[in-house]
Design a protein around this ligand. Structure first.
Ligand code: KG4
Ligand code: ZN
Length: 342
């Protein structure tokens, strides 16, 4: 490692992945270790917060050590620690925050708290070395559906948001209803490939008065109604067709709103982030729409779309460069707002 290199050890534990990574100079991922708890939560049909916290405690040290080992560095080489302190499950966040504070104290390494969604957005910097703000970003995860104007590193304006369910939440709920289980997103993505997206016409919700806001609860209800009607009539349900038709409705709404925002905000760069950004149909639709509009389209590899610590290391680097530091008073903030620093 050169003396001038800035090395960030990043920690992420906001939901059901225990993750640590080492990132060099903001964009180069030296290691990206993810312990996924998905198998533990599957039998409950969703993330059980208490189980998540306990597993994070069990795994956090091991994951941090692996991240250092795989990056072939020691704590002495680390410039700063970056940790997700919100938003997320409070008990889960606390494990990462406590671990980061302990290492920061013991090894005398500066500590930088990072917003989870800022991390998701920053995942785009890893593989797109030329991408710099300003740009527009669609953030679609299990907890969030935001259209964000990224004005500068660490400076955001939310121009659209969901009024009810997040996009990922809709995927998870519909998947459960059609018997695919948790986590629903990747499963719907997969079975949709064998289905007809035009088999059933589900509603595309508009939110009155706001071109960029989303609403997915009506769509979810429409799918449930369809399933009930089939059951009452004794008609068989084609799971792949329902999945593909539902997915098409989500993708169309996300794509349309995104493109309207691109037009209005005039940028020439558009990016996607969050777990749902790994959806193949969404990526294809946005790629095509951006191409038509003459806008450059950026997207992270799937492993950097779903929760990981590399993205936290990237966001942490830019926060560190801005001079942001947190003391040992850093706490988990479950409802932390994007752009807010506590
Ligand atoms: O960003 P993420 O890993 O965690 C949160 O911050 O929420 O996103 C998880 C969400 C879940 O709802 C999951 O079902 C969804 O992302 N997801 C997908 C796909 N992969 C993950 N949704 C649609 N298609 C996918 N391929
Ligand atoms: Zn996330």
């Amino acid at each position: 490692m050169g003396m001038e290199d800035i090395l960030i050890l990043a920690i992420e534990s906001s939901c059901d992945e225990t993750a640590a990574a080492v990132v060099r100079n903001g964009r180069e991922v030296l290691s990206n270790v993810i312990y996924s708890q998905i198998a533990l939560h599957t039998e409950f049909g969703g993330v059980v917060p208490e189980i998540a916290s306990r597993k994070h405690i069990e795994k956090i040290n091991q994951v941090m050590e692996q991240a250092l080992t795989q990056a072939k560095v020691g704590l002495k080489d680390i410039t700063a620690l970056a940790v997700t302190y919100g938003p997320g499950l409070v008990g889960a966040l606390l494990v990462g925050v406590s671990a980061a504070k302990a290492v920061s104290f013991a090894a005398r390494i500066p500590l930088v708290g990072v917003h989870h969604i800022e991390g998701h957005i920053s995942a785009n910097y890893i593989e797109n070395k030329d991408l710099e703000p300003p740009f527009l970003c669609l953030v679609v995860s299990g907890g969030h559906s935001h259209l964000v104007s990224v004005r500068d590193y660490g400076e955001y304006e939310i121009i659209g948001r969901t009024r009810d369910d997040a996009a990922g939440e809709a995927f998870d709920k519909v998947a459960r209803a059609i018997g695919l289980g948790y986590p629903g997103g990747p499963k719907i993505d997969k079975v949709s490939r064998d289905g007809n997206p035009d088999a059933i016409r589900f509603p595309r919700a508009k939110v009155a008065g706001s071109a960029y806001d989303f609403s997915f609860s009506g769509l979810k209800s429409a799918v449930l109604n369809y399933l009930n009607t089939c059951e009452m009539k004794g008609e068989p349900v084609n799971t792949a067709d329902v999945a593909a038709s539902f997915q098409k409705a989500v993708v169309e709404v996300l794509t349309e709103h995104s493109m309207e925002a691109v037009k209005e905000y005039g940028g020439r760069k558009f990016a996607i982030a969050g777990g749902v950004a790994s959806n193949a149909a969404l990526r294809a639709a946005l790629e095509e729409a951006c191409q038509k509009a003459g806008v450059a389209f950026y997207y992270p590899s799937p492993v950097f779309c779903t929760d990981n610590a590399a993205m936290i290391g990237v966001a942490g680097y830019y926060e560190y460069k801005k001079g942001i530091r947190h003391g040992y008073g850093l706490n988990a903030v479950p409802n932390l707002k994007l752009g807010e620093r506590i």
